[in-house]
Ligand binder design. Structure first.
Ligand code: MN3
Length: 199
């Protein structure tokens, strides 16, 4: 099975002015494409190991599978959970109710998500995730694959690797996260949330 780079669900300049065309193009066409390539290569090497029975590099290829697989998964979700922005962008309906129930208020959720995401050491992601019982959780992932919580399904993610924002925002990660919030496609996040809950 070959993994492929998903097309952006909008034009490369659709997220301007908050997310510039040049960063989006390099981020999607080069960085995300690199994870897809790395994942396919790891899968190929693991298949070769099964064929030859030589598992001497198993640790290396399992790690490659984890970092590139998680990179591919998180970037796919990242592109999906953005769209042309609005200044007062906010969740609604069942998802808003769940956010208020789990975090106390919309404002408290926004503060916690932004703080967790800004505090990622080095490269990583801010993640909003849902558990099968419907509760919501915020956590921060290091790189693409470290400190992921088993059993929780990411439904909205913010990329804070420097490649995600440095061209436009340089060292101002907080400004990128603030503007990212204007771009979140809450309808998509609500769809994901509904799917992750057990009937
Ligand atoms: Mn990235």
């Amino acid at each position: 099975m070959e993994f492929t780079l998903p097309e952006l669900p909008y034009a490369y300049d659709a997220l301007e002015p908050h997310y510039d065309k040049e960063t989006v193009t390099i981020h999607h066409d080069k960085h995300h494409a690199g994870y897809v390539k790395g994942l396919n290569n790891a899968m190929k090497k693991l298949a070769e190991a099964r064929e030859t029975g030589d598992y001497s590099l198993i640790k290396h290829w399992e790690r490659e599978q984890a970092v590139h697989g998680a990179g591919h998964f998180l970037h796919s979700l990242f592109w999906e959970n953005m769209g042309p922005g609005t200044e007062d962008n906010k969740a609604s309906g069942e998802l808003l109710e769940a956010i208020e129930k789990n975090f106390g208020s919309w404002e408290a959720f926004e503060k916690q998500f932004k703080a967790a995401t800004a505090a990622v050491e080095g490269s990583g992601w801010g993640v909003l995730a849902s558990c099968p019982h419907g509760s919501l959780h915020i956590f921060a992932v290091e790189n693409h694959q470290k400190v992921l919580v088993p059993g929780l399904e990411p439904i909205m993610v913010c990329d804070v690797w420097e490649h995600a924002y440095y061209l436009k925002y340089q060292n101002k990660r907080g400004e990128w996260i603030d503007n990212f919030f204007k771009l979140i496609n809450w309808n998509k996040v609500a769809e994901k949330y509904a799917k992750t809950k057990k009937a």
